[in-house]
Design a binder for this molecule. Structure first.
Ligand code: PGA
Length: 315
């Protein structure tokens, strides 16, 4: 968006504010909607457009019935206003780069399962770069995919990068999925349990739309073993509690059970072909111009995540 300013383009006396108002009207095809978006009155918007038209000497909109349309001058002006807006955005990025990474904003979205380590990573990052304002959204794979489609977050931490969205991704750490049971479970002392043994078992599972759930289903399908789902839960914490309470077995990322293993509340069953080996990826829209802060955070994750996050030993 063109930033409001009293800067003048001398030869046409067009101001950036006029361009901003004009672009809003053109985008919304309405003076009223543009006024809402810009928090201006409708006469205020009309006045800016009138002044712009006077400055350039041509009408920019035509009214047909209740609708407004861009004139050919309006269409030309719109494409120039977009180019000016993009250049200003670039200038802003370059200036931010000169300021370094000691200020700025970082919008990160992470998969529910990754939140167990992402919060620690972010805490460490924000201690190093105290001036950076971080916003963190924790949600499941399906919703992360939607956010990437809309190019909303700077960076996303998730399992498998999404298909059907043009993204760049780098794998940075293993994400083993394991079968968990209460410590006193009959199978807890068994070794190399065949996968078929679980065919009649009902697992406590994540909601559909979860990356973990999708990966488990694919794994059982690939091994031609049926996978029966019991209660569905949208949080790993709830799954762990349900398993501990004896509601069924669970399959979760090892990143989520560090504490339960340490305190002996849950155990990992030694199952043939397990763990399901997955990886965490840092993902962003292809062609996205990452801010200096986002670039620094990406590098921080690639350099430090594996050392920073202790993985419990997988059987
Ligand atoms: P989720 O995330 O199961 O919490 O959706 C893991 C993943 O993205 O694979």
């Amino acid at each position: 968006m063109v930033k409001s300013s009293i800067c003048y383009i001398a030869y046409m006396h067009v101001t950036l504010r006029q361009l901003e108002v004009f672009a809003a009207v053109a985008r919304n095809e309405s003076f009223t909607k543009a006024a809402e978006v810009l928090h201006l009155s409708q006469p205020g918007v009309s006045m800016q457009i009138k002044q712009l038209e006077n400055n350039i000497g041509l009408p920019l909109f035509e009214h047909v019935g209740k609708k407004i349309y861009l004139t050919s001058a309006g269409r030309e002006m719109y494409s120039y206003s977009q180019a000016i807006s993009n250049l200003l955005g670039e200038a802003e990025d370059v200036l931010e780069e000169l300021k370094g990474v000691h200020s700025g904003k970082l919008a990160i979205s992470v998969a529910t399962t990754a939140s167990h380590f992402a919060t620690r990573l972010l805490a460490d990052f924000s201690k190093r770069y105290e001036g950076v304002t971080i916003s963190l959204d924790i949600t499941n794979r399906k919703s992360l995919q939607q956010q990437l489609e809309n190019n909303e977050p700077d960076l996303v931490i998730m399992g498998q990068p999404p298909e059907g969205v043009d993204v760049e991704s780098v794998a940075f750490m293993e994400n083993p999925l394991v079968i968990i049971a209460p410590t006193n479970h009959a199978l807890s002392k068994e070794a190399n349990i065949p996968l078929r043994h679980f065919e009649d078992e009902h697992f406590v599972v994540r909601e559909s739309g979860s990356g973990t759930r999708g990966a488990i289903q694919r794994f059982f399908d690939d091994h031609e073993v049926s996978f029966r789902t019991g209660i569905e839960m949208s949080s790993n914490e709830a799954i762990k509690q349900a398993v501990e309470a004896g509601l069924g077995l669970g399959i979760v990322s090892i990143h989520t059970i560090e504490l339960e293993l340490e305190t002996g509340r849950l155990c990992i069953l030694d199952v043939r072909d397990f763990p399901i080996v997955r990886h965490w990826h840092i993902v962003f829209r292809k062609g996205k111009r990452l801010s200096p802060v986002a670039q620094t955070f990406k590098q921080f994750v690639l350099d430090e995540a594996a050392q920073f996050i202790r993985l419990p030993r997988v059987v």
